[in-house]
Design a binder for this molecule. Sequence first.
Ligand code: A2P
Length: 346
Amino acid sequence: DRIRVAILGATGAVGTELIELLEKRNFPLTELKLLASSRSAGRTLLFKGKELSVEAVSENAFGDVDLVLASAGGSTSKAWASKIVEAGAVMVDNSSAFRLDPNVPLIVPEINPDAAANHQGIIANPNCTTILMGVAVYPLHQIQPIKRILVSTYQSASGAGARAMEEVKVQSQAILNGQSPTPEIFPYPLAFNLFPHNSPLNDRGYCEEEMKMVNETRKIFGAPDLRVSATCVRVPILRAHSEAINLEFEEPFAVDRAREILAQAPGVRLVENWQENHFPMPMEATGEDDVLVGRIRQDISHPCGLELWLSGDQIRKGAALNAVQIAELLVQKKLLNPVETASISA
Ligand code: A2P
């Protein structure tokens, strides 16, 4: 069986990680096409020791492709989605463009793999902080439904792309040299600073990133009434996000039981050394597949509350790894057959 893969946004922070993961996980592809903007046409990137040229995305880029992993921003995904589906390919989209579309499954393979079966050519990869939180709290939700989630995030620069990561490094150096840097990608200096997430605010005072955590978690969990409130903050970290999470249940949830469940949960690694005060840190989560979870404790302000803390690689499980796992799911469940897709839409 041929599986011809294209990466749209191959030169970006997530795109380059997608290339590495397809290689590392030995994804069963027969061809790999690298697509980006015309700015990158002709650049070469390495895959399995071979130099592949990046092509500018164009009308006929998808004719000979079965699977597109897209990570080039929402407007690029919107611009090319129908071309991709019409060409008979399946699109796994990392942007927010289609996540809440009722015809588009929104998938974290550890949580709702069965939703993939209903795809109509597009599957959405959730927001990064939403994925990390979901992997850590869904195993508890399965044992006892969560009533309410309060979450605060500590988000790295990588969520804003490769250039944002570079900006933090350059700013740090400038500040150490006694200069005051002019921010370009972010609205304010992020080096030696932090600020509430700079996505657009709604009329209730929540930013888009915070509302993604609310709406996407509800969709992925299949829990439309789940109460979630988030405060999202950017911190001067390069590529792993952290989150402080408070969970409220109907009845008390024993801490030991929660720890036991999370110790066995797929995609989770417990990092809890209470003697050494060693818990998840973005530096130790960087480059790891698992979400690191720790500081699981009873909420002293509420008998039915649990507190926990996590760090997870935003580019890995928060983006590229989750997308590749969705692609692997499509292969396993034989949901990537272009002929079938074509006959459904016909
Ligand atoms: P390019 O490098 O040619 O600009 P990041 O998230 O790290 O900022 O990366 C964004 C990715 O999306 C890059 O690969 C970028 O390509 C790609 N991209 C941005 N705009 C477009 C566009 N209009 N068409 C195709 N690819 C795009």
